[in-house]
Design a protein around this ligand. Structure first.
Ligand code: BES
Ligand code: MN
Ligand code: ZN
Length: 505
């Protein structure tokens, strides 16, 4: 876990491997962002370096200068902030990304000081979050002989972040640093789960990981696991059907954070397909390669419950992880099968690759049985989400416009891009079946919306519910950017945590 603290000492006096400063787009080349407080000698050195390097100060630009006179840190990393409209402060997400890009660029640096022009508690929080998130490295699966210092267990990752701010003694600022560390650690956990290869992460090993994290943590998170027998007995026909083609049986894991003084309760349901081959409706190889990430929703839910507990939020949070492996085999589900879901609804399976909604339907039923104040499900549900919104923006659907807006506002606060999507009643007839209560799939067009409409069928009447489709933003197949690494992004943890915090106030 990366430690995050705040300091009001001059940035150049702090001993560290690297000092991160901001640059802005100047007239000729990049200029140093305000508020660095450097001695004249250090400032002129850096200004000359920026000009000589033709730095622009644009977002995502990171320039490193070593051995700057008058600076205690061995390196100064200059990260682009772009240009803020005259007199306005830099936005939280600009700061978050700039801090992230800088820390992400570091090699062989353990201790980092960050001095960016952040204003207010939210600004400092954003810098701290970006820096801590940028410190993430996936250790991978390495043999004992390979590069023991570097690659192993993220060996060279930044371990300490100090954010320089004149408000370092303000209580809310110190709390923001703590929260940033908890959030980054939670996102790192979600990222690690998603990055873990699918031969190593399967329903039971996912459950084991959650149990281990619960035992290791100080905060009390209760973990319960429903195994395949319990699922069959409990009438969870959706997840049993999806899981029956795999030799590694399905699980529903519930994680509960139940503080004594909670005035509200939130249920979070995550799609946890540890590998989505498509089942008998098998995917082509290129589409299958990234399908270890099809449990990113469940990973975000698990990470959020732990984070809520670590922060001691006075809100009851229960996570439901719907874990299954979608595989083709002699025992696999067939197109045409009819299964009975947890709430008694029968569903005709049309396409075994539309498995996420089957496991989530059961999970949403289970969540509703505890009558929470609200339910949010989060899932890598449809390719249609990516067609509609691309790889960086999640789709939010809901049975209640005010609740949908509330989830979107939480996403905004967290710097996670998301956009409202409708659940058109006009598409509902597509889910009619001639042999069962429901068909689980509509037409191709609007596939994100019919998937959402299907899920809505399992929500208890009167409970506010939102569905977040993260097929695109959960996994970065391109190059890293800002605080987002290649591979798993941890998308959703910020949104869910901010949403839960909103119930605490
Ligand atoms: N896990 C996929 C959706 C997905 C696609 C996530 C790409 C991330 C990247 C989901 O289970 C799926 O296969 N959906 C199908 C549904 C269809 C068969 C109705 C899809 O979107 O093609
Ligand atoms: Mn699928
Ligand atoms: Zn899937």
């Amino acid at each position: 876990m990366t430690t995050v603290s705040v300091s009001d000492r001059p940035a150049h006096d702090l001993k560290a491997d690297a000092l991160v400063l901001g640059t802005v787009a100047g007239e000729r080349s990049a200029a140093l962002a305000a508020g660095h407080g450097l001695p004249r000698e250090a400032e002129s050195h850096l200004v000359a370096q920026l000009a000589a390097l033709h730095a622009t100060g644009k977002a995502e630009e990171v320039v490193t200068v070593a051995a700057v006179p008058g600076v205690a840190a061995g390196r100064v990393v200059l990260t682009g902030l772009g240009s803020a409209a005259d007199g306005t402060a830099f936005g939280d997400e600009v700061l978050r990304r700039a801090a992230g890009a800088a820390v992400r660029s570091l090699k062989n640096a353990a201790k980092v000081v960050v001095a960016l022009p952040a204003e207010g508690v939210a600004g400092v929080a954003a810098v701290a979050e970006g820096a801590a998130l940028g410190a993430y490295r996936y250790a991978g699966v390495r043999g004992p002989k390979k590069d023991p210092k570097g690659a192993k267990a993220g060996g060279d990752a930044v371990s300490t972040v100090t954010v320089v701010t004149s408000d370092a003694k303000v209580k809310a600022v110190k709390a923001a640093a703590t929260r940033a560390a908890v959030l980054a650690d939670a996102k790192a956990y979600a990222r690690d789960l998603v990055n873990t290869p699918p031969n190593l992460l399967f329903p039971q090993s996912f459950a084991d990981s959650v149990k281990a994290r619960s035992s290791a943590g100080k905060a009390k998170v209760t973990v319960k696991v429903l195994d395949e027998k319990a699922l069959e007995k409990g009438g969870f026909g959706g997840i049993v059907g999806v899981g029956q083609g795999s030799v590694r049986p399905p699980r529903i894991v519930t994680l509960t954070w139940a503080p004594a003084k909670a005035s509200h309760s939130v249920a979070l349901v995550g799609k946890g397909i540890t590998f989505d081959s498509g089942g008998l409706c098998i995917k082509p190889p290129a589409s299958m390669l990234s399908m270890k990430s099809d449990m990113a929703g469940a990973a975000a839910v698990a990470a959020t419950v732990f984070a809520a507990a670590e922060l001691g939020l006075p809100v009851a949070v229960t996570g439901y992880l719907c874990l299954a492996e979608n595989m083709p085999s002699g025992s696999a589900q067939r197109p045409g099968d009819v299964v009975t879901m947890r709430n008694g609804t029968t569903v005709e399976v049309i396409d075994t690759d539309a498995e996420g909604r089957m496991v989530l339907g059961d999970g949403i039923c289970l969540a509703g049985e505890s009558a929470p104040d609200a339910i949010v499900d989060i899932a890598t549900l449809t390719g249609a989400q990516m067609v509609a919104l691309g790889a960086r923006v999640a789709g939010i659907m809901a049975n209640d416009d005010a609740f949908r807006d509330r989830v979107r506002a939480a996403a905004d606060t967290a710097g996670e891009a998301a956009w409202p999507m409708p659940l058109p009643e006009d598409l509902r007839p597509q889910l009619e079946s001639s042999v069962a209560d429901l068909s689980h799939k509509g037409e191709r067009w609007g596939g994100m919306l019919t998937a959402g409409l299907f899920l809505g069928e399992f929500v208890t009447e009167g409970t506010p519910w939102a569905h977040v489709d993260i097929a695109g933003p959960s996994f970065n197949e391109g190059s890293p950017w800002g605080y987002t690494p290649k591979g798993a992004t941890g998308f959703g943890v910020g949104t869910l945590l901010s949403l839960v915090e909103g119930y605490a106030g």
